[in-house]
Design a protein around this ligand. Structure first.
Ligand code: GDP
Ligand code: GDP
Length: 437
């Protein structure tokens, strides 16, 4: 399970600048894939062959009726509970503030790996000024300039050395892992209780390693799967549970460790920015998706028209990825709970599907011949052959072309749609690569 690093600090100390620097190269690769959205909130970083996730606490809005500093302080508390390591960023141009001292106290008590980072050390005189931060009691500050990148290599060396050892839990790889995610009060705990019911024998807790176990095995009614991070869902934290940042930090672990995500929406609220943020976490991690519109019992008009409007609204928000199931359910009355599990299982099977090369070419080549990529600068683009790559995380198809650089995004999407029309990839992101033949 990947480690999670949180960047905390006052507004304007340079958190997002550092975040961009840490996640840049990776994001450049990610943004090649259709539909991935760039943002400053969550990304991945690889250094010395170690991969970890990074969140920028400043990327999450706090409720407008919260007292700002208090809300940020609570984000720091969430970070200390949910992250594996904290980067505490301070600003050498402003020196130590009261708020810095406050946060330093929280971090010292939390006893988790913390690195004090003095930012905006753009020159050697600033380097001497940074010594002032020593009094925060978090050791010697690491000096960096997030803007120029100075010192960030040394910082990353230290960081990856301090990350806790990854102790993968012993789980069976062939068994699907489902994560139930969604914003606070969407009904995540309720639906898990509906799955599990009173009969505790159908779940087995897997012994945890570094922190509380994140997998619960479910086996009954012909199902066999892991529920990811149910412990976190069941045990609520009163101080911080209303914070969006809290639900996001919990979601990250669950999503990263799953195959299929059940995204819970609240039928009485529709789809909002918080839901989209979680959807983007799912997309960035290439996970499969089942949308559950929960609390359907509270909706009076359940006519087909209302259902269609609901579905269209959800898909238009998530476009261009639209090929996923939407189930209207109620965790309370247990309406369609079984269907949710069946669908998640089917989506998992779609994710693992293999299309034979002969069949793929038999179907796709005539389509390509009838609708070839448009010629560019008088050059004809020919696609002669395609195949599905073996052993990939998500279904990935390669099309071999004479001039791959001229095949545009919309043609790639056309190929994706044709694959989806012919084989069920429902709920799954897929990759389309165009390569030199
Ligand atoms: P955040 O609010 O903590 O996310 O801070 P930002 O990353 O948005 O940075 C706030 C301001 O500080 C911006 O104007 C940045 O350009 C600037 N800044 C960030 N890092 C550095 C640095 O290393 N040196 C200098 N001189 N300015 C920086
Ligand atoms: P979580 O924060 O996502 O885990 O949400 P909970 O499972 O704790 O549910 C939040 C509230 O919504 C609780 O009061 C539940 O009883 C209620 N709730 C959950 N699912 C349903 C549902 O399908 N129908 C109705 N009417 N209420 C529900």
């Amino acid at each position: 399970m990947a480690n999670l690093v949180a960047i905390v600090g006052r507004p304007n100390v340079g958190k997002s600048t550092l975040f961009n620097r840490l996640t840049q190269s990776r994001r450049a690769i990610v943004s090649e894939t259709a539909g991935t959205t760039r943002d400053r909130q969550y990304g991945k970083c690889t250094w010395n062959a170690k991969e970890f996730s990074v969140v920028d606490t400043g990327g999450w809005v706090v409720n407008s009726d919260d007292i700002f500093e208090d809300a940020i302080r609570r984000q720091v508390i969430v970070a200390t509970q949910e992250a594996d390591l904290v980067l505490f960023l301070v600003d050498v141009t402003t020196g130590v503030t009261d708020w810095d001292e406050d946060v330093a106290t929280i971090l010292r008590r939390a006893k988790l790996p913390t690195i004090l980072v003095a930012n905006k050390v753009d020159n050697s005189s600033a380097y001497y000024e940074a010594a002032e931060f020593y009094k925060l009691g978090l050791g010697e500050p690491r000096c960096i300039s997030a803007a120029t990148g100075g010192g960030t290599g040394d910082l990353l060396d230290t960081l990856v050395d301090m990350l806790p050892q990854e102790n993968p839990e012993i789980i069976e790889e062939e068994i699907p892992r489902f994560a139930v995610v969604g914003r606070p009060n969407a009904g995540k705990s309720s639906i898990i209780n509906a799955f599990i019911g009173e009969d505790r024998n159908i779940v087995t807790e897997i012994a945890g390693t570094t922190r509380d176990s994140i997998y619960t095995r479910f086996g009954k009614f012909g199902f066999d799967f892991y529920l990811v991070d149910t412990a976190g869902i069941r045990r609520k934290n009163k101080v911080t549970e209303d914070l969006e940042f809290y639900s996001v930090m919990r979601s990250i672990r669950a999503i990263e460790n799953s195959d299929v995500c059940l995204l819970m929406l609240d039928a009485t609220r529709g789809i909002e920015a918080q839901d989209m943020n979680i959807f983007q976490l799912i997309q960035k991690n290439n996970k499969s998706l089942v949308v559950v519109v929960n609390k359907w019992d509270l909706v009076e008009d359940k006519s087909q028209k209302v259902i269609n409007t609901f579905e269209a609204a959800i898909r238009s928000r998530m476009a261009p990825f639209v090929d996923f199931p939407i189930i209207f359910a109620s965790a309370l009355t247990k309406q369609r709970i079984f269907r949710v599990l069946e669908t998640a299982k089917q989506v998992y099977l779609n994710r693992k599907a293999r299309v034979g090369t002969a069949k793929l070419n038999e179907v796709m080549l005539p389509i390509i011949e009838a609708f070839p990529p448009p010629s560019i600068k008088g050059k004809y683009i020919k696609i002669k052959y395609c195949t599905q790559l073996p052993n990939t995380q998500i279904p990935s198809f390669v099309f071999y072309a004479n001039l791959p650089q001229y095949v545009k995004e919309n043609y790639r999407r056309f190929l994706e749609n044709k694959i989806r029309e012919n084989w069920s990839m429902h709920g799954c992101p897929i990759n389309i690569f165009i390569r030199q033949k």
